[in-house]
Design a binder for this molecule. Structure first.
Ligand SMILES: [Ca+2]
Length: 359
């Protein structure tokens, strides 16, 4: 749940919004009627002390740079610009080190949750570079800015801000000190407050769910998130496909942010698409990826959709999957473990030309 710095120009309407935010930045949230109403509402609903909630919100500082970042998500880049952000030699090599360091725990989590180690490793790798970059914004500032000064997503971020107050109460998280992404995502796996409350797991058994400094908690929490969002143990993720006449299949394709499967393996096979063996009833996404020279096409299976539940983007899911494959291949090749005998077959020959160029 984080996004990187993109480069699209900010539309005029956002510039106006930014200007008004800049004015507000000097004033803060204290004294605003909508903020006061929010404090009253969440206090009544959850039995919080309204004075304490108001005092906390008064400390929050509006951050215009967050509004700016929201308008330019990295996921909006074409695939050939997005992929190199995550599929780097360093991120693959660091992933192998991370896997080695946590190999026993990863094996145990694979067995317990049915989610492959490379997915767990890749999520933490894509989100925060294996915990090296967990965000520089105060989560309170980020959530308050988006809840009160970013109307397009205000309902979502007001809920997350409310969840953040409850997280602070229940998990003894220091409300004003916690740092995260500009969208308020926290810790090594970048969980939003609602995900933290609903899906985080105490993996090391010390009685706390600590997504900042316990890798055991982090990996168990990501595994639990995937299991609870429908990961199919042993199921495949995505296949590259050759389309003789892509235009003919346009009606079956998932473009943009539409991630509901529009077709099935059987329907694609009937349309003449050559696919590996698999249950024809399985829902499938036919997804175009913009390369420098035209589009390539992938079939996303149900587990691909599950990755998009972590971050609603086909680019994100593909980056996670390809990074995972690259780290897994390198880890297996390094003689560090038995990463080749997992229940998740790979499509040979796909990464060299489409994905992990560095591998
Ligand atoms: Ca713990």
């Amino acid at each position: 749940m984080h996004r990187l710095l993109p480069t699209v120009l900010i539309p005029a309407v956002m510039t106006t919004l930014l200007a008004s935010c800049a004015t507000l930045a000097s004033q803060g949230f204290a004294g605003r009627d909508d903020v006061r109403a929010f404090a009253r509402e969440i206090s009544e609903r959850n039995g919080l002390d309204e004075g304490e909630v108001r005092a906390a919100l008064a400390q929050a500082r509006p951050q215009p740079s967050i509004i700016e970042a929201m308008t330019r998500p990295a996921e909006a880049k074409p695939w050939h610009q997005y992929r190199p952000i995550f599929l780097t030699e360093k991120r693959i090599a660091d992933g192998v080190d991370f896997w080695r360091e946590h190999a026993d725990r990863l094996t145990q989590l694979e067995r317990q949750y049915g989610v492959p180690a490379e997915i767990l490793v890749a999520i933490v790798g894509v989100e925060t570079g294996y915990g090296r970059n967990v965000g520089r914004y105060a989560v309170l500032d980020a959530l308050a800015t988006l809840a009160f000064d970013y109307p397009p997503r205000a309902p979502f971020f007001r809920k997350e801000l409310e969840q953040f107050f409850l997280l602070a109460r229940d998990e003894k998280v220091p409300l004003a000190e916690v740092k995260g992404s500009y969208a308020g995502a926290m810790g090594m796996p970048q969980f939003m407050p609602s995900s933290y409350r609903n899906f985080a797991v105490d993996g090391d058994g010390d009685g706390r769910r600590d997504l900042w400094s316990s890798a055991d908690d982090v990996l168990a929490s990501v595994a639990n998130y995937f299991a609870r969002h429908g990961w199919q143990p042993g199921g495949e993720v995505a296949w590259p496909v050759e389309l003789a006449e892509p235009a003919r299949l346009e009606g079956l394709m998932n473009r943009g942010r539409d991630l509901k499967a529009k077709t099935s393996l059987g329907e694609l096979r009937k349309a003449g698409v050559s696919l590996p063996p698999g249950d024809d009833a399985l829902p499938a996404m036919l997804i175009p990826f913009r390369e420098e020279a035209g589009e390539t096409f992938w079939v996303g299976l149900p587990n691909f959709y599950v990755i998009t539940r972590y971050n609603h983007s086909a680019h994100y899911a593909m980056a996670v999957w390809q990074l995972g494959q690259a780290v897994r291949d390198r880890f297996a090749g390094s003689g560090s473990g038995t990463a080749t005998d997992g229940p998740h077959p790979r499509v040979s020959g796909t990464l060299g030309n489409k994905g992990a160029g560095a591998s």
